[in-house]
Design a protein around this ligand. Sequence first.
Ligand code: NAD
Length: 501
Amino acid sequence: MREIPHFIAGAASPGHGERFTPVYDPVSGTPQARVPLGSHEEVDRAVRAAAAAQPSWAAVNPQRRARVLFEFKRLVESRLHELAELLSSEHGKLLADSRGDIERGLDVIEFACGIPHLLKGEYSEGAGPGIDVYSLRQPLGVVAGITPFNFPAMIPMWMFGPAIACGNAFILKPSEKDPSVAVRLAELMMEAGAPAGVLNVVQGAKAAVDALITHPLIQAVSFVGSSEVAERVYSCATALGKRVQAMGGAKNHGIVLPDADLDRAVRDITGAAFGSAGERCMALPVVVPVGEETAEALRARLVAALRDLRVGVPADPQADYGPLVSAEHRERVLRYIQMGVDEGAELVVDGRGLEPQGAAAGYFLGPTLFDRVTPPMRSYREEIFGPVLQIVRAATFEEALALPSGHPYGNGASIFTRSGSAAREFAARVGVGMVGINVPIPVPVAYHSFGGWKRSAFGDANQHGMDGVRFFTRTKTVTARWPQGRPGPTDDQQSFVMPVT
Ligand code: NAD
């Protein structure tokens, strides 16, 4: 069986004497490879390789570091199809969706190519007599990224693009469910000219994560995954004095006002709820029509739209989405569907029992629609992360606005309306981190930053944009006075009081 290696100090490194876990093909439900579960020793080896490489990488001038990233982007683009196929074969998302996963990651690489400009500090001439003050942004050293299964290319690139551009060395711990793309990306980064040790991949699960977040040489940890793990990583690593950004789960709401273009909204909501089988943290699993008339019209259109959805294999160009990532995850989603039924929500479309193209053993699940879901229901309060859409009816704008604001998660929310003032009011008042106005998946472009509120994110710094640069650097402020060669006003004074300007 194919074995997926670690990537340490510039070379693929097989697991030695470690435990392994299978990597499944979500279409057939059979193991297709195995990946080592990295141990403390493996993590330590990678961290030491990174620590050895980092000082000279930081000393490379930023425009030369940017050139490596330009070349990396070119190499990834030239292998886009091969990488998308590899990604789909382990994740199960459609080929076109895998290309999108990689391309949205490359957007952040492109942003990081501007690092000479992004690293420019501030300068104040004449802040005191003969005194100039300037600030520098310096890399942290060795930093780590721990990533989820659902974007195996984009999310690693969110992290290692800015981190490496800033002059850090990086250890990536990808999801053990779809770990191959990470290794290919690290290989391409070496081919692009990054020195060995600047980007390392340690495979594994909890033990590897624990070894990383407690390692004394790791200065910062960027995490994306479920909220329970995000919170634990955040509290454990910050207690050890590390800088941490930890993004968690989500339950994004789409508010539909009576004046919305309903046909357009239904197309948008269906794509955002069921694309990638609902396995996106910016999916739209809850829709909130305002008023009974809107609710009835929306429901009828959604039922019709779901009837036309095609669930298929990643290479099927007609398919709307593919299988879920694992049997375990599919079981979890099925439990939530049963929970919704038991809690009294109305199951309008039942996706259970679907077997597309005879792939009975694959992790497929048909589109599922619930109506009359209410806020106290557990299936509403928790993240399902599957092809399940819940309608929560609201009588007024205020009632609709209160739903995402009062929900434990706060990643994103969208509003569908023709009213500029309603949209503006919604954007100003809703209690989430990312807002869409007639945009169903408001993932910010690379030069803005990505991050939620409440249980969707722990820590202060968002991903990419200037927040990414700030997260992976620390500021040093220099106050300088140079001898003037002729006696200056303060040259022979000695002072024991706090200098004032
Ligand atoms: P997960 O939390 O199970 O795993 C994330 C990472 O943590 C993986 O690398 C995994 O190996 C590791 N991990 C798992 N359990 C661990 C433990 N007990 N201790 C230490 N490390 C552990 O998440 P997932 O299932 O891979 O991804 C789906 C989740 O990620 C969803 O909740 C989704 O909303 C979230 N997500 C959030 C964002 C965001 O930006 N907010 C983006 C994508 C995904």
